[in-house]
Ligand binder design. Structure first.
Ligand code: FAD
Length: 305
């Protein structure tokens, strides 16, 4: 599917960056430095996650509000419906709307007791992400993105059930899917074929996770149904005591993954930044994404002072 151009010669694919809301002063400082550094890559939007059981409602709101007021970026708020009545969810949507949010990443979420605990819809709430998407679309003319799982959601019976759920979310009004992270592009390629065969035409944007800490990623991948291939563990595992070399190799591996996806025709990428800029910036530089130094932009880090 490659058209013979190198990554550098193509028209630039679009980017989005995902952050989580900071909980400490140090984390606060770090996220604004990160947002400031990554603004140079002119992402089409950035998103801020929402904690399990609504546990980060206030910090998510504060972070998104500040991105909208202090930076030139377009911000999407993640929103879950787990453990909440519809009235609760609507109150949250109103708060986000009041600070200027027009784009939601609508998710079912995991129980507050943790990933893997049995999910029970709130009796007065939205039962799943598809219902939440419909609720959002009934309330306002929002852009709504949703999740997708190239290696299957751990609760799904099979990939077909997963794709049925994606279709329900699209039928309810979702216009973009952001995938769970994966490391072997073949998972994405096969998944996309099945998604398209099911008549789903929306962009399915690969979620890219440059690996900061292998053990953490292995643990999280185990919980959310993603595979960490042996070749990746073999490359990064021995570098645990050499942070610079580990970062160099991690960036190189993620850059190769992105280039592989570009060769498949992918033109939109969602980066799980872990609120750190260096690794993501290194990946983007290696692939040939341009930095656009915009002197007119407000600097998020500067505004933090
Ligand atoms: P859905 O799309 O409703 O379901 C996902 C899949 O699980 C479906 O395909 C369906 O087949 C299967 N499934 C769901 N329920 C059942 C059931 N009862 N029985 C059998 N199968 C079932 N979590 C957060 O808490 N906050 C966030 O900000 C957040 N951001 C995310 C961003 C992205 C891009 C992704 C990929 C995930 C994110 N998550 C977040 C994680 C997400 O909340 C969990 O994966 C959750 O378990 C499912 O939510 P969902 O919206 O994907 O669910």
């Amino acid at each position: 599917m490659t058209n013979g151009l190198t990554a550098r010669q193509r028209s630039a694919p679009t980017l989005s960056f995902e952050f989580f809301p900071p909980r400490t002063e140090e984390a606060e400082r770090q996220i604004w430095e990160t947002i400031d550094a990554l603004t140079a890559y002119a992402p089409s939007f950035v998103s801020v996650t929402y904690g399990a059981g609504g546990s980060t409602r206030a910090p998510t709101l504060a972070t998104v509000a500040r991105i909208i007021s202090d930076t030139p970026l377009s911000a999407a708020a993640h929103l879950t419906c787990v453990g909440a009545t519809k009235e609760d969810v609507h109150a949250v949507i109103d708060e986000f709307r009041a600070v200027g949010v027009r784009h939601f990443v609508a998710l079912r979420g995991d129980p507050a007791s943790g990933i893997g605990a049995a999910y029970r819809p709130h009796p007065g709430g939205y039962a799943n992400a598809a219902e939440l998407v419909a609720g959002l679309r009934a309330i306002g003319d929002f852009e709504v993105s949703v999740s997708a799982y190239p290696e299957k959601h751990p609760e799904s019976f099979d990939v077909a059930a997963d794709i049925d759920m994606l279709k329900r979310k699209v039928d309810a009004g979702a216009t973009r899917a952001l995938t769970q992270f994966f490391f072997d592009n073949v998972h994405y390629e096969r998944y996309l074929e099945r998604v398209r065969a099911a008549g789903i035409g929306i962009p399915v944007v690969p979620g890219i996770l440059p690996v900061h800490h292998l053990a953490q990623v292995q643990k999280f991948a185990g919980l959310c149904g993603a595979t960490v291939p042996q070749w990746l563990a073999d490359r990064l595992g021995p570098l645990d005591g050499q942070p610079d070399e580990r970062a160099r190799v991690a960036a190189e591996l993620a850059a190769r993954q992105v280039e592989g996806l570009i060769a498949l025709g992918v033109d939109e990428f969602h980066f799980y930044t872990m609120n750190r800029s260096a690794l993501v910036a290194s990946v983007l530089d290696q692939v040939g994404f341009e930095r656009r130094e915009n002197t007119a932009r407000k600097t998020a880090a500067g505004a933090a002072a």
